[in-house]
Design a protein around this ligand. Structure first.
Ligand SMILES: *Cc1c(COP(=O)(O)O)cnc(C)c1O
Length: 418
């Protein structure tokens, strides 16, 4: 692993060189940083915990492979046949993959089972029956985690998914009535529970509170309702900065807190009597990525400076471009010198919605300038409006030891359906 420090000026020169070679806009993912994120998260979790990488954050097969390989490797959590294909391409064995999502169709379940996937998170009784029917047709048994929508939630977060009416999971309070039927669906065997109450937890305290509440609840479901619990997926919520400068958070107290709660409530976890799993997307890959984008035009309009970039919501739509502005900032290393002025950063699309930032303070930009948006390794191209207005997808580079080891771009084509 490289530990050399790079000055801002060196970084800027290197990034300009990459843009000259591979074009713009350009995503650059550093696999050494991915390895570091995985090692740090592993160290923050008790030994023996199964760690899933959620492909939703970035399904690039090279990145998925890097997360799989070596000691502390992650398994894959997928939500579609496309993500499944990426996981398989990255060398994951189908039997080790967790398939989840609220809208699994009979068709995709059939594909997943035929590929050899055997573990599914199910989000409703209907979802479970649909899975069972496909498993019976293929003469197999699917292991099932029941995704539970907690009755109450512990932490505060930016994205909340449970505790309220939700398309995700089975409402906890309905489980006493539902469970006997759920345990009796042909083609399926309930192996445990899946919780995913929050994303991007605001701090370690919230994360610990949420995990503690989840473990308590699972233990209660087991002891009070007889819910089978060979596996418990406690979800995630590990945070990462997104398109703004900043460091990936560390969780120095998490490991001890989890061990304490598990020892108290699910003591069999130490002998593997209940496999504990968790999931992470953004925390594992977010800080590995930078988006390099070029200024194609600069114009003044009624007192405001607009820099038109070659990257817009088609490139970095993320969870942000759709109706809300990114709190985006660009790396100061890329700014020319000069007194900072407020600049609106617009993308190339013919819609007023293609504004990445209404006002960034930077020295006056000029066409040809290369800007870097930090911390964009998660929820980049595949979370963007890639097809809107028909521009090519950005090239995505993988770096290892500072060298380019892969350069590729996604291509979509129309094919006739008969
Ligand atoms: C989105 C999602 C994840 C990944 O979320 P991050 O915030 O990127 O870690 C994991 N599990 C489930 C069920 C999800 O929906």
């Amino acid at each position: 692993m490289t530990t050399t420090t790079t000055t801002a000026g060196e970084q800027a020169a290197r990034d300009r060189d990459l843009v000259a070679r591979y074009g713009s806009p350009l995503y650059v993912y550093d696999l050494d940083r991915v390895a570091r994120a995985r090692a740090d998260l592993r160290a923050a979790l008790p030994d023996g915990v199964t760690l899933y990488y959620s492909l939703k954050a970035n399904p690039h097969p090279g990145l998925v492979r890097a997360l799989r390989e070596g000691p502390g490797g992650c398994r894959a959590e997928v939500c579609s046949t496309g993500e499944l294909a990426s996981a398989l391409e990255a060398g994951h064995r189908a039997e080790s993959i967790l398939y989840s999502g609220p809208g699994k169709t009979a068709g995709e379940l059939a594909v997943a089972l035929a590929e050899g996937v055997r573990t599914f998170s199910v989000e409703s009784a209907g979802d479970l029956r649909r899975l069972g029917a496909q498993a019976v047709r293929q003469g197999v048994v699917a292991q099932v985690l029941l995704r539970v929508n907690s009755a109450a939630a512990a932490a505060t977060t930016s994205i909340r998914m449970t505790g309220t009416p939700s398309q995700f999971g089975i409402d906890a309070e309905t489980l006493p009535g539902l469970l006997p039927a759920l345990l009796d669906v042909p083609g399926t065997a309930v192996a445990g529970a899946h919780f995913f109450p929050l994303s991007n937890s605001k701090d370690e305290e919230s994360l610990i509170a949420e995990f503690t509440a989840t473990i308590e609840q699972a233990a209660n479901l087991q002891s009070e309702l007889g819910l089978p619990l060979r596996m418990l997926d406690i979800g995630g919520g590990f945070a990462a900065p997104y398109s703004v400068p900043g460091e990936r958070p560390v969780y120095p107290n998490l490991r001890a807190a989890l061990e304490k709660t598990l020892d108290t409530r699910l003591p069999r976890w130490r002998e593997g009597g209940v496999e504990i799993a968790c999931e992470s997307g953004r925390h594992l890959v977010g800080d590995s990525g930078r988006l390099l984008t070029s200024v194609t035009n600069v114009k003044e309009s009624r007192g405001r400076t607009f820099a038109i970039l070659d990257a817009g919501i088609n490139t970095l739509g993320g969870m942000a471009g759709l109706g809300r502005l990114l709190p985006l900032s660009v790396d100061p290393a890329f700014h020319r010198t000069g007194e900072p002025v407020p600049v609106s950063l617009a993308g190339p699309l013919c819609t007023p919605g293609d504004l990445l930032s209404r006002s960034v303070r930077m020295p006056p930009p000029e066409p040809g300038d290369v800007l870097a948006v930090p911390n964009t390794g998660a929820y980049g191209p595949t979370a963007s409006l890639l097809l809107f207005l028909g521009r090519p997808a950005p090239v995505e580079l993988l770096l290892s030891g500072g060298e380019v080891v892969s350069a590729s771009r996604l291509v979509t084509t129309r094919t006739e359906v008969v």
